[in-house]
Design a binder for this molecule. Structure first.
Ligand code: GLN
Length: 413
């Protein structure tokens, strides 16, 4: 099957091997039914950045499914498949999960091998799991996790039996989450976030309290630094990673009279504008004279963010935020305003900078579209605490009153 990463440059490219995550799925008996659309090389938040198609959101076909793994989220939401993989460098599994009303799990950095994943920013990239339930996404995680000799950053930790965490509703005690300390991140429920999103997330927190949790507000003063640091680091790493697409080693080639024009023309015609902008930004941030002011500074901010999450997670079992400041945008709404599009990633990028696991699950609706638009909230845990996140998420979704997250496109059939 071709792997294009949403890029013209890789049109018709057929990889010679399966990624480790896919190999493991096939070995456990999974049937791979297709590959899904995405923003070119994972760069974007709406899937409009694909060189091929615009993917629609099954809740409202005039809206985007989110991105960059929007095709995977839409496919699961529309019940075209049971589960799907995506890649989460700065939120590309969690934000589309939120926009499409499905579950999106971003594992701890290193939990899943990146071997065979098309690289965007290697210190942030993680393969993540979409499902229409927490249980499905947990089962998927169990199947793809583990050490891999082909990825030196993959962890040697044992793989927990994630499915054993799931207790069916009839067997739950009356306060099944008694004693669990939940920290609600103050900076994520302030100005710039839609009021309806804030109230849905606050309702989700009340629901967790009814299940026995104690919720308190926590402040992460460095939270807003995540966005600029992320865009510097992700662009820098991508400028290096994407240098391999030179028209010789991979994908489409534009013939030139001499080598430099072969490289240059292949890249000029193969890459889309967003990718070119990121390569320029990253090359600039890494260049002599600017390196200290941008790349090094962003790395320092990354350490501050990581430490502030660690401290907050020493005092709380999990942290909570919205998955995105808004519900799904209209197609075209943000396409020509990259900064507004980047700003929509504020809820997710910090988690990648800190390397932590996070689970996004639907918690309610706001008005819009033919049947309302889903809102997702995010549970963030300490490194390698996926078991805990899945357990909480499973209890949450089973006990959430009166919500069905099946989109109208399927419900009508
Ligand atoms: N929207 C973010 C970006 O464009 C995140 C992308 C991702 O996680 N792949 O970089």
């Amino acid at each position: 099957m071709p792997s294009t990463a949403g890029s013209r440059l890789l049109e018709n490219y057929r990889p010679p091997f399966d990624a480790t995550a896919v190999r493991k799925l096939r070995e456990s008996g999974a049937i791979v039914v297709g590959k899904t659309n995405l923003d070119e090389f994972g760069m974007g938040s709406t899937t409009e950045g694909s060189a091929y198609q615009v993917t629609a959101n099954p809740w409202d076909l005039s809206r985007v499914p989110g991105g960059s793994s929007g095709g995977s989220a839409a496919a699961v939401s529309a019940r075209q498949c049971m589960v799907a993989l995506g890649s989460d460098t700065g939120g590309s599994v969690r934000q589309p999960a939120s926009f499409c009303g499905v579950v999106g799990l971003k594992p701890t950095y290193g939990r899943v091998s990146r071997y065979g994943l098309v690289a965007y920013a290697s210190s942030l990239d993680v393969i993540g799991c979409f499902g229409s339930s927490v249980a499905d996404s947990g089962i998927l995680l169990g199947a793809i996790s583990g050490h891999d000799k082909f990825d030196a950053t993959s962890s040697k930790r044992d793989i927990p039996d994630y499915a054993s965490q799931f207790v069916a509703i009839d067997y739950l005690e009356s306060k099944p989450l008694k004693g669990l300390r939940v920290g609600v991140i103050r900076e994520t429920l302030e100005d710039g976030v839609d009021s309806e999103v804030i109230s849905s997330v606050r309702d989700a927190v009340s629901h967790l309290e009814q299940l026995g949790c104690t919720a308190t507000e926590v402040s992460l003063p460095s939270f807003s630094l995540g966005l600029p640091a992320y865009y510097i680091l992700a662009s820098s790493e991508s400028s290096s990673n994407l240098s391999r697409y030179d028209g010789v080693r991979y994908g489409n080639q534009v013939f030139g009279d001499e080598l430099n024009s072969l490289y240059g023309d292949s890249r000029a015609q193969g890459f889309g504008s967003e990718v070119k902008m990121r390569i320029l930004m990253g090359t600039y941030a890494l260049s002599a004279g600017y390196y200290d002011a941008y790349y090094k500074r962003a790395q320092q901010v990354r350490t501050i963010i990581r430490n502030s999450f660690k401290e907050a997670l020493d005092n709380n079992d999990i942290l909570i935020s919205p998955a995105a400041p808004t519900v799904a945008y209209k197609i075209g709404e943000k396409k020509n305003d990259p900064l507004a599009m980047y700003a929509g990633d504020i809820m997710t990028v910090n988690v990648n900078l800190a390397g932590l696991p996070a689970l996004v699950l639907p918690c309610g609706f706001v008005e819009g579209g033919p049947a309302g638009l889903p809102v997702g909230f995010q549970l963030i845990g300490a490194a390698f605490s996926e078991e805990k996140l899945l357990k909480i998420g499973h209890i949450f979704e089973q006990t959430l009153p009166g919500c069905s997250f099946v989109p109208p496109i399927v419900a009508d059939e």
